[in-house]
Design a protein around this ligand. Structure first.
Ligand code: TMP
Length: 237
């Protein structure tokens, strides 16, 4: 079923599916990178955690009527998704200040954004994924204002669903990154992954960081952290 390798990114490989032109296989790697690939490591089991956690979250979003590329898990590290042309714009939603915004704009960590702050970044490793505005997105990524509005609206709706979802497992969703793609019919679908690699999750009682910041900041064991996230999500009915 799994055909040739189409693309290899920092955290996943993408394979064609023989006999099914509308689908792809995503294979989650054990590699972790941070700071635009400047910091690198590999953790046995990481691919499994991000595959299974993404599957849980996308299933939940489907139950809320959000259109995503996710079809099903195939095994511990692979999932079948609908093929899309990825729009090279990363949509970051921030509920509280953390990470790059604290450095870029001097905002104090934990400053609350209500309503949530939506930022756009141009997905280009050579440029280090720079912050862009709507007009840059129109020119660089060829997204028209209507599509961009659709992406931002979807991102806000997804934020509301994810805030509620993570709250049930005692996690505060500080921020996260989304990517969207267009399927062969031109439908806009949520794509890529939603995992502790792409979210900031803080324990609601202790404030403990339970995401890739443990690797970025060398403050904990990545596999133990991701395992704790999966265990909490698996307890959700
Ligand atoms: P930032 O604070 O570094 O801008 O990150 C904001 C959120 O986006 C955080 O939850 C991590 C996530 N993110 C990615 O998923 N991929 C990336 O390449 C970057 C820079 C951030």
């Amino acid at each position: 079923m799994k055909g040739e390798l189409l693309y290899e990114g920092k955290a996943k490989k993408v394979f064609v599916v023989e006999g099914d032109e509308k689908s792809l296989v995503l294979s989650y790697k054990n590699d972790a990178t941070a700071f635009n690939g400047k910091k690198k490591a590999s953790f046995i089991g990481k691919g499994k955690y991000n595959n299974l956690i993404t599957a849980k979250i996308f299933d939940y979003l489907h139950s809320k009527g959000i259109a995503t590329h996710f079809q099903k898990s195939l095994n511990e590290t692979e999932q079948l998704v609908t093929k899309t042309a990825i729009i090279p714009v990363e949509v970051v939603v921030r509920n509280v200040a953390a990470g790059s915004i604290t450095k870029r704009l001097g905002m104090k960590e934990k400053t609350v954004f209500s309503p949530a702050l939506v930022e756009l970044f141009y997905k280009d490793d050579d440029l280090g994924d720079p912050l862009i505005n709507d007009e840059h997105a129109r020119i660089l990524a060829n997204v028209d204002p209507f599509e961009l509005e659709q992406m931002k609206e979807a991102a806000r709706a997804i934020n509301e669903h994810l805030l509620a979802f993570f709250e049930t497992v005692n996690l505060q969703l500080a921020d996260f990154k989304l990517e969207f793609g267009k399927d062969v019919e031109g439908n806009l679908l949520l794509a890529d992954e939603i995992s502790p690699d792409t979210c900031r999750l803080w324990d609601m009682e202790t404030g403990e960081k339970m995401d890739k910041d443990v690797f970025r900041e060398d403050i904990g064991d990545l596999i133990e952290t991701y395992d704790a996230i999966l265990q909490r999500l698996e307890a959700v009915k």
